[in-house]
Design a protein around this ligand. Structure first.
Ligand code: NAX
Length: 328
C-alpha cells in the first residue's frame, strides 16, 4: 500500500458531495493500492447532515478509506491536500442578479484560495465545480499565491459528456464512440460544444450527421440548457452526473490522454486560440505522460465556431470585471 493521498472536498454535505465521496472512497480514481484521506469542509448549518454522510461512509467499510475529517475551518480542511475539490457554493436565489451571485461566491473562493496556498500539498490540484465555476476558479487561483496557475481547473466535463451523449443519440451510436469533443469557454449557457472538430467512430461528426441545421441549432442549445432541463424534470439540479463528471475530470488529468483525442476542462489560458491569457476558459486539453497538461494546438476554427467562442470568452471577461476587487 502507498501512503494515503489527501482529498479535500468543500460542500461535502450537498447533493454532488453525496454522489462523489463514495466513489472516491472505492479507489476508482487513484487505484486499488492507494488509500485516501478525506477532509470534508462545510459551513456550520450543514455539519449535522455532513455527520450523517460520514456515518454512511463509515458503514461502507471501504478498505481504502484511511480517515475522514469534517471541519468548517479552511486551514484544517486543506491541510496536505493533493486534490481540492471546490464544490460548495451558494445557489442563486430569486431576485439575485448574476453580479450578486458572483460577489457572494467570490468571497468564498478568495479565502479558500488563500487557505489552499497556506496548507495544501506541493502537488495540489484544484478542481472547481461550484458555480460560476470558471470565475470562482479564477478567484481561487489569483488568491493562492505560490500555487502554480496550471493547477487550477473548472469543470466543463459534464458539458462534454452531455454533448457526446446528444451526438451519439442522433447518430445511433454509443457515447463512447464520440471523441475529440471540446467545450469552449464558460460553463454557462454561452459555452460552445465544438461539433466541427469532434468525431464519431473516427469520422468527422459533420460526415456522420448530415444535418447541419440541427448541429448548429438544437444540438448546441440542448447542451447549453441541459442543466435547466434537469432541474425542470427532477426538481433538483444535476448531481450524480455532475459528480461523475468531476471524477472523469480527475481521471483525465491523472492519466495520459489517448493518442489523437482530447478532453474538456477550463484552465488558465496561455493565449492559445486568441483567448486572453489568464482567463479560466475551457479548451481542448491533453494530459501528458508526466502528468502535466497542454492545450491541443492547431485545431481549425471556422467562422461559425469563432463567433461562438468569442461570445463565451466575452462573458468570461464580464464576469472577471464584476469580481475585479477580489483578484489580487
Ligand atoms: P447543494 O446545495 O446540494 O450543496 C452545496 C453545499 O455547499 C451545501 O451543503 C452547502 O452547505 C455547502 N456550502 C455552501 N457554502 C459553503 C462554503 N463557503 N464552504 C463550504 N461549503 C459550503 O449543491 P450541489 O447540487 O451539490 O451543487 C454544488 C455546486 O455545483 C453548485 O454551485 C452548482 O451550481 C454546481 N454545479 C456545477 C456543475 C458544473 O458542471 N460545473 C454542474 C452541477 C452543478 O450545478
Amino acid at each position: 500500500m502507498k501512503p494515503p493521498i489527501t482529498v479535500s472536498v468543500t460542500g461535502a454535505a450537498g447533493q454532488i458531495g453525496y454522489a462523489l465521496l463514495f466513489r472516491i472512497a472505492t479507489g476508482e480514481i487513484f487505484g486499488k493500492d492507494q488509500p485516501v484521506r478525506l477532509r470534508l469542509i462545510e459551513i456550520e448549518p450543514a455539519l449535522p447532515a455532513l455527520l450523517g454522510v460520514v456515518m454512511e461512509l463509515d458503514d461502507s467499510a471501504f478498505p481504502l478509506l484511511n480517515s475522514i475529517i469534517t471541519t468548517t475551518d479552511l486551514d484544517e480542511g486543506f491541510t496536505g491536500a493533493s486534490w481540492a475539490l471546490l464544490v460548495g457554493s451558494v445557489p442563486r436565489k430569486a431576485g439575485m442578479e448574476r453580479g450578486d451571485l458572483l460577489g457572494i461566491n467570490g468571497k468564498i473562493f478568495t479565502s479558500q484560495g488563500k487557505a489552499i496556498a497556506r496548507n495544501a500539498a506541493k502537488d495540489v490540484r484544484v478542481l472547481v465545480v461550484g458555480n460560476p465555476c470558471n470565475t470562482n476558479a479564477l478567484i481561487a487561483m489569483r488568491n493562492a499565491a505560490g500555487v502554480p496557475e496550471d493547477r487550477f481547473f473548472a469543470m466543463t466535463r459534464l458539458d462534454e459528456n452531455r454533448a457526446k451523449s446528444q451526438l451519439a443519440s442522433k447518430a445511433g451510436v454509443h457515447a463512447s464512440d464520440v471523441t475529440n469533443l471540446c467545450i469552449w469557454g464558460n460553463h454557462s449557457a454561452t459555452q460552445y460544444p465544438d461539433f466541427t472538430n469532434a468525431k464519431i467512430e473516427g469520422k468527422p461528426v459533420t460526415e456522420v450527421i448530415r444535418d447541419e441545421e440541427w448541429l448548429r441549432g438544437e444540438f448546441i442549445t440542448t447542451v447549453q440548457q441541459r442543466g435547466a432541463a434537469i432541474i425542470k424534470a427532477r426538481g433538483a439540479s444535476s448531481a450524480a452526473s455532475a459528480a461523475n463528471a468531476a471524477l472523469d475530470t480527475m481521471k483525465a488529468l491523472i492519466s495520459p490522454t489517448p493518442d489523437g483525442d482530447w478532453h474538456s476542462v477550463a484552465v488558465c489560458s496561455d493565449g492559445s486560440y486568441g483567448i486572453e491569457p489568464g482567463l479560466i476558459a475551457s479548451m481542448p486539453i491533453r494530459t501528458k505522460a508526466d502528468g502535466t497538461w497542454e492545450v491541443v494546438q492547431g485545431l481549425p476554427i471556422d467562422a461559425f465556431s469563432q463567433e461562438k467562442i468569442d461570445a463565451t470568452i466575452a462573458e468570461l471577461k464580464e464576469e472577471r470585471e464584476a469580481v475585479k476587487d477580489l483578484l489580487s
